[in-house]
Ligand binder design. Structure first.
Ligand code: ACO
Length: 325
């Protein structure tokens, strides 16, 4: 029996040119490199230029992913773009990317699940492909998170960065086993009772203001470690696999300590975990596709490797994807 699978066939990354170190931040915020590194592992982040929008970054990463996949924009029938920082309230940032690419058919829309956004978008695109409603999909995570930070709140502004990452998914055939190449499974969750633990206190539609990120850091930390541990077990169990089968953990890059806790739970050595948080900080929906593009480009990940993607973010939302490269 054959089944439809969605295979990752190209990745692209874009980071704004301006890189800001912790020491540079400490010139305007009451913080220090030592505090930030010790609590988060972050050393620097990229920040978008004043005239640089989420769609600009998304587009740059999308072009690279398409090139790597050997596809023209006209071959695409779906764009799913995960962002918390769209260019405008509407239209979706995805349709801007669609227009810039010159893809005039198919569908394009945004998904909003904050830091879990890429896993959500990947799940949506995967479902379109395995049900036969799409053949070639572009999945993007893109954020200009710096625009919604309160630069006077040291407990949040030091944690985030801007950037975009894209992957191209192509329909393929598999045997329906965990040896198939492509997305093997996705698991998504949310629990709206935690909406006040991490949120933006405004929003154009609701209040006429832009709003800023507000966060109960300790609660987020505790929840992330507990729920991510559950969701990785859920993913492995669903596929009859164990942590020993995982070649690469590709986690959302929020905080080195959260990632280390997950690696410890899975008994994975640091060499099998993809870390970008030190250089990128938390780029929300962009962090996982940025990390994927990095390991695809430097050859670390090889055909047949099993990748475990996991993320947690505001909402709370959380989820995982198991992918055979
Ligand atoms: N520089 C210096 N001191 C700071 C800073 C800073 N940037 N930020 C906070 N502090 C101070 C606080 O004011 C507090 O001082 P006080 O004791 O005098 O009151 C002290 O440091 C401790 O503050 P806490 O918030 O208790 O510090 P904690 O050890 O919990 O670390 C952190 C904070 C890093 C935010 C941690 O809670 C965390 O990582 N949480 C997860 C949050 C996260 O990753 N969010 C990302 C979005 S969600 C996601 O992607 C999973």
């Amino acid at each position: 029996m054959t089944v439809r699978r969605a295979r990752i066939s190209g990745c692209g990354a874009y980071l704004p040119a301006r890189q800001v170190t912790n020491d540079e931040l400490a010139l305007s915020v009451d913080t220090s490199d030592e505090w930030i590194v010790q609590r988060t592992g972050i050393k620097s982040r990229h920040l978008a230029a004043e005239d640089e929008l989420t769609s600009d970054m998304a587009l740059a990463s999308a072009r690279l992913a398409l090139e790597q996949a050997g596809l023209d924009p006209a071959d695409l029938d779906l764009i799913v773009l995960a962002t918390t920082t769209p260019d405008n309230t509407f239209p979706a940032t995805a349709v801007r990317v669609q227009a810039e690419l010159g893809m005039n058919n198919g569908m394009a829309f945004d998904v909003q699940a904050v830091c879990s956004g890429f896993v959500y978008a990947l799940a949506v695109a995967n479902n379109f492909i395995i049900t036969g409603q799409a053949q070639n999909a572009l999945v993007i995570g893109a954020e200009a998170f710096s625009r919604i930070l309160d630069w006077e709140d040291r407990s949040t502004c030091v944690l985030f960065g801007d950037g975009a990452g894209s992957v191209v998914l192509r329909a393929d055939e598999g045997r329906g086993t965990s040896d198939d190449r492509g997305v093997l499974s996705t698991h998504l969750h949310s629990d709206g009772r935690y909406q006040d633990a991490l949120y933006v206190d405004g929003g154009v539609g609701a209040t006429g203001t832009i709003g800023h990120v507000r966060m109960q850091g300790r609660e987020v930390f505790r929840f992330a470690v507990n729920k991510l541990a559950e969701v990785v077990d859920e993913a492995l169990d669903a596929n009859g696999l164990t942590a020993k089968d995982v070649r690469w953990l590709v986690p959302h890059q929020a905080n080195r300590r959260i990632i280390d806790a997950m690696a410890k739970k899975l008994d994975l050595p640091p060499e099998r975990v993809v870390y970008t948080v030190e250089r990128h900080a938390n780029t929300s929906a962009a962090s996982i596709p940025l990390a994927l593009a990095e390991v695809a480009a430097d050859g670390r990940v090889e055909e047949g490797d099993l990748l475990l993607l996991e993320a947690m973010g505001g909402g709370f939302t959380w989820g995982s994807a198991l992918v055979r490269w």
